[in-house]
Design a protein around this ligand. Structure first.
Ligand code: LLP
Length: 435
């Protein structure tokens, strides 16, 4: 839930700096990212993949949609893992951070021609193709550039992952990929093979996000490996790459489980080995794309309390509303997915009894809720600081300017030093695009 450099005793601190000091220097609301923790997590997934798959380990592609900025792209480059980008914008940030294009994997279910041409011209490692139209577009763009582009096909394996409907991606009724069951996957394979400007490296699938347990991944590997075997039987050659996507879950609340990288990769390696064995297939290079599991726990959001209000409900009980200076513009996940978070008083300790409270933001919507129900000290007053952990993934990256609220900064903290890596938006930024 909290990153490794955070202590939550008397007053919350990260890498030795207290919340009060951070709020004073950087203002609120703000995201604080624990740089050492980010690096440790990225390395842990890299090590786990290599340990579990040995010679057959492919690449850990950090799913940049979870959170990316130029400085984090530089960290990825230094750490040496790959990156998954799903738009031209994410690719631009990866390149701004000097990530080697040969470590960039390009996703997206509706890539523009401009995005495809850019990817090919900078020399990305691979493009993951999502539709029949895109096969033609990528083939034509590669031909025009005089290149042979390495591609993977995004496959829909027909798996109902146990997560929120909006973030499950591998059942049949989704916009992503080519379904195995309907024959679309096979048709796509045949179509790619007709283009000399495309090199089919392998297949990819992503079953969804915030997933626990390994069963879905085991079924995924079984289905994709059957397809690889079918390919071998038909074309008498084997596809070398198998990308099994991301989705590994993290803890948001006290007592939540979290996926252990070594355990997850060992389970995956066992499933891949078993299924390849059953089909007498060589083990392909296996890659993964964790986003949330790397960046999620590395950040917390620091808010300042602005108002506290007790509201009498119909049944005569009270509900306490604690309003903070951010809300659905910096964390849309509670409104969008019913996601649950926790918070703690970060600037002092309190011995006051706890009262059931609702943490809300400053937006003009009743649904602007950060935490629907949580017991918090009775003596919280305006000016207090509240820290919400595990906001690193899909927090700042899904932030909006709703109600023209400037988006919060991201501050990197390491070894007692803090520095802004994404600055706070200003009202001038908000006006910059208006004509
Ligand atoms: N690979 C592909 C192809 C993906 O589509 C995604 C996420 C990932 C990897 C990374 O998944 P992760 O390891 O981060 O779970 N906004 C939602 C999550 C959407 C995920 C979209 N794709 C949320 O806030 O929960």
């Amino acid at each position: 839930m909290w990153s490794s450099s955070v202590t939550t005793g008397a007053e919350l601190s990260i890498a030795g700096i207290t919340a009060k000091t951070l709020a004073k220097e950087f203002g609120t609301p703000a995201f604080f990212i624990d740089e050492a923790d980010f690096r440790e997590r990225a390395l842990a997934w890299d090590k786990a993949l290599k340990d579990a798959f040995g010679l057959h380990a492919g690449t850990v592609y950090y799913a940049s949609k979870a959170f990316i900025c130029t400085e984090v792209a530089r960290w990825i480059k230094e750490i040496g893992i790959g990156i998954d980008v799903s738009t031209g914008g994410e690719m631009a940030v990866a390149l701004a951070g000097s990530i080697d294009p040969a470590k960039i994997e390009v996703h997206g279910n509706n890539k523009s021609l401009g995005e495809i041409e850019k990817a090919i011209s900078v020399g990305v490692e691979s493009i993951v193709i999502d539709s029949l139209y895109e096969i033609e577009r990528v083939a034509a763009a590669a031909k025009k550039a005089g290149k042979v582009q390495a591609v993977l096909l995004r496959i829909t394996p027909g798996i109902q992952a146990h997560t929120h409907e909006s973030i499950a991606t591998a059942h049949e009724d989704v916009k992503f990929g080519f379904s195995i069951a309907s024959g679309a996957a096979w048709a796509a394979i045949a179509a790619v093979r007709t283009h000399p400007s495309l090199e089919l490296r392998g297949i990819h699938a992503h079953i969804g996000s915030q997933i626990f347990g390994y069963k879905s991944f085991e079924i995924l590997s079984e289905r994709l490996i059957s397809l690889l075997a079918q390919y071998r039987d038909e074309f008498k050659s084997e596809l070398p790459e198998l990308d099994l996507g991301g989705g590994y879950g993290i803890a948001y609340l006290p007592g939540d489980e979290t996926v252990n990288p070594a355990e997850a990769m060992n389970a995956l390696a066992a499933a891949v080995t078993k299924n390849c064995g059953a089909h007498k297939l060589q083990i392909p290079r296996v890659s993964i794309e964790p986003g949330r599991a790397i960046v999620g726990p590395t950040m917390f959001t620091l808010y300042e309390v602005g108002t506290v209000k007790d509201v009498t409900l119909e049944n005569g009980t009270h509900r306490r509303y604690i309003s903070v200076d951010g809300g659905m513009s910096d964390n849309i996940r509670p409104s969008l997915y019913g996601a649950e978070y926790t918070t703690i008083l970060a600037n002092r300790t309190s011995t006051a009894p706890h009262v059931s409270s609702r943490l809300v933001g400053k937006h003009c919507e009743t649904g602007d809720i950060v935490i629907r129900e949580i017991d918090l000290p009775d003596d919280i007053v305006p000016g207090d600081l509240l820290a919400v952990p595990a906001t690193g993934a899909y927090g700042r990256s899904m932030a909006s300017n709703y109600n023209h609220v400037p988006r919060p900064p991201v501050v990197a903290v390491k070894d007692g030093k803090a520095r802004v890596i994404v600055r706070r938006e200003t009202e001038a930024d908000l006006l910059r695009l208006d004509i």
